[in-house]
Ligand binder design. Structure first.
Ligand SMILES: C[S@@+](CC[C@H](N)C(=O)[O-])C[C@H]1O[C@@H](n2cnc3c(N)ncnc32)[C@H](O)[C@@H]1O
Ligand code: SF4
Length: 360
């Protein structure tokens, strides 16, 4: 029984300089792509009622609304479902958000990235600070009150003060959720080919992260995951499902899913996908050891951490015995154990890649 689904919309008006997500500027392919998406869903979705549906990208907000309506109508939902769509500020107008609301969308995630115009310009965003603030107001006034924004820290020429300004602006907005991402420059993005000057170093990135965490917390945005902060009861149910290592469908080009013990991955090629959306490029049945590793890897992203008793029962292991070296090495500065939960400290979150690699 699968109750969560991700749908990938791989179109953007232009590529941001830092972005390596699967997205293309070929908007003329939207109709053909959407028909393939409907086909994949019709073939693989087993009509369970969904708790969460997440339409991400790319930029779902550049898809004409009639396609989005048809997409959502393919699914059934539970009573307290969460249905999120990602939008870019430059696409937002009130009729668009009202239509989303009518289709049953009840959460919006907006890629703001920064409120600093010269930084926005240097990363090739198509909006400025004023239009982002306007877009947030429009979403709120149009009746979708569950609104998340994404911000990036560690951007070229960004100072600690610049980022603190972004956070201080954010905490006073009518939003319920903030995702903070440290800039990552992966291969294939513009910045990988044209490395920017004046990138904040790791220490400055860490200072930005820590400063943001404490300002957010003092304004009622509680951290529940490495990069995510929410007002009370406004965490992303969809993303928590990933971190709890539960099943989900993944529909669309480059989407991945986790069903019946298999992790499966769709093709990255939009043309291949349009031609035949019904075959996954790769599927892997997880061994018990792999499942355990994923449970640790994903679960430790949450501030709550992982419940050792549950893991021992589920995998028939003695977690402490198996991982005592790692636990001793990192406790109490980076990892803490309390009430059967193992979790990162805030300092641990900043070193999480290294520590998780030890577990895996
Ligand atoms: C899947 S993207 C799509 C969101 C939407 N298209 C937008 O850009 O407004 C979700 C978020 O990931 C973050 N992101 C993308 N590439 C990143 C990178 N290289 N480093 C850090 N964060 C990144 C951005 O904050 C972005 O809003
Ligand atoms: S950050 Fe968002 S808008 Fe920019 S290229 Fe990536 S997916 Fe597209």
């Amino acid at each position: 029984m699968v109750s969560n689904s991700y749908i990938h919309i791989p179109f953007c008006k232009a590529k941001c300089n830092y972005c390596s997500f699967t997205s293309f500027p070929c908007v003329e392919k939207i109709p053909a792509y959407m028909f393939s998406l409907y086909k994949e869903i019709s073939q693989n979705y087993k009509n369970e009622k969904l708790d969460t549906l997440y339409i991400g990208g790319g930029t779902p907000s550049i898809v004409p609304v009639n396609f989005i309506e048809k997409l959502i109508k393919k699914f059934g939902f539970t009573e307290n479902y969460e249905c999120t769509i990602e939008v870019n500020p430059d696409d937002v107008y009130s009729e668009l958000i009202s239509s989303y609301l009518n289709f049953g969308i009840n959460r919006v995630s907006m890629g703001v990235q920064s409120f600093n115009d010269s930084i926005l310009n240097s990363i090739n965003r198509r909006h400025n600070s004023k239009s982002a603030l306007k877009a947030i107001e429009i979403v709120n006034k149009s009746g979708i009150n569950n609104l998340s924004i994404d911000l990036i820290y560690g951007l070229p020429d960004q100072s600690l003060d610049d980022f603190i300004k972004d956070i201080n602006i954010s905490v006073n907005l009518p939003i319920t959720h903030i995702s903070l991402y440290g800039l990552k420059i992966d291969e294939n993005c513009y910045f990988a080919l044209h490395p920017p000057e004046n990138l904040p170093d790791d220490d400055l990135q860490a200072d930005m992260y820590l400063a943001a965490c404490s300002i957010l917390e003092s304004h009622g945005f509680y951290q529940y995951e490495i990069s995510n902060f929410a007002k009370t009861n406004c965490h992303s149910k969809h993303n928590l499902n990933y971190w709890n290592n539960n099943t989900y469908y993944g529909f669309g080009v480059a989407a991945h899913g986790y069903c019946d013990g298999y992790r499966y991955y769709n093709t990255n090629s939009i043309d291949k996908y349009i031609q035949d959306p019904t075959v996954s490029e790769f599927a892997h049945f997880l061994s018990s050891q792999e499942k355990l590793q994923e449970e640790i890897f994903l679960g430790l992203r949450k501030t709550q951490g992982i419940n050792i008793n549950n893991i021992n029962n589920k995998y028939n292991i003695d977690f402490y015995k198996l991982y005592c070296n790692i636990i001793q090495k990192y406790t109490p500065e980076f990892l803490v154990l309390s009430d059967d939960y193992l979790k990162f400290t805030r300092k641990g979150f900043m070193l999480s890649n290294v520590i998780l690699a030890d577990f895996i």
